[in-house]
Design a protein around this ligand. Structure first.
Ligand SMILES: [Ca+2]
Length: 174
């Protein structure tokens, strides 16, 4: 009886193990796929939180969300090489390598003449990682000194548009 029981147990285990392995394997595949799908992207609320941490008022938030949507589609490692040697745009806010990052004497303060001359103190690669807090810090200072007009996608797609009526830029749930 005991032996038979063990044998049954063993037999059951033999049958279950491949099924369990297959299930684990499928779960891993699904998780890997999800990770791949999510890798590189931030959510609306991630962006809202990073901007609020830099003191951005909610009244500006729809413009920021429209800007990010049209500059990077919320992809934090997005790069765009501008034609005619006009530098590379980096990250979720698409900060330009000629003006905002990898600058020889980058600036971390709020004096606009200095920021406009020296750019931010950040490296361009730091605008491509998943921590968007330094990106938001630089972008908010650039906006404070030069306005949203500094971003071509904002001028083309957001300026003067009815952003309040666009549910894609709602931030009330963040
Ligand atoms: Ca960063």
């Amino acid at each position: 009886m005991f032996v038979k029981s063990l044998s049954e147990c063993s037999s059951v285990n033999v049958k279950k193990t491949p099924a369990a392995s297959m299930t684990s394997f499928l779960i891993l595949v699904v998780m890997a796929t999800l990770n791949l799908a999510l890798a590189g992207y931030k959510t609306r609320c991630d962006v809202v939180r990073a901007l609020r941490a830099q003191g951005v008022p909610d009244g500006d938030m729809r413009d920021w969300l429209c800007l990010v949507d049209n500059e990077s589609k919320f992809k934090y490692d997005a790069t765009y090489i501008n034609p005619n040697n006009r530098g590379t745009d980096n990250g979720i806010f698409q900060m330009n390598s000629r003006y905002h990052c990898d600058r020889p004497s980058g600036y971390s303060g709020t004096k606009c003449w200095k920021l406009n001359t020296d750019g931010c103190q950040d490296t361009c690669s730091s605008f491509l990682d998943s921590d968007i807090s330094n990106d938001a810090n630089c972008a908010v200072r650039v906006k404070t000194c030069g306005g949203f007009n500094k971003w071509a996608a904002w001028r083309d797609k957001c300026k003067g548009k009815n952003l309040a009526g666009n549910s894609a830029y709602n931030y009330s749930d963040c």
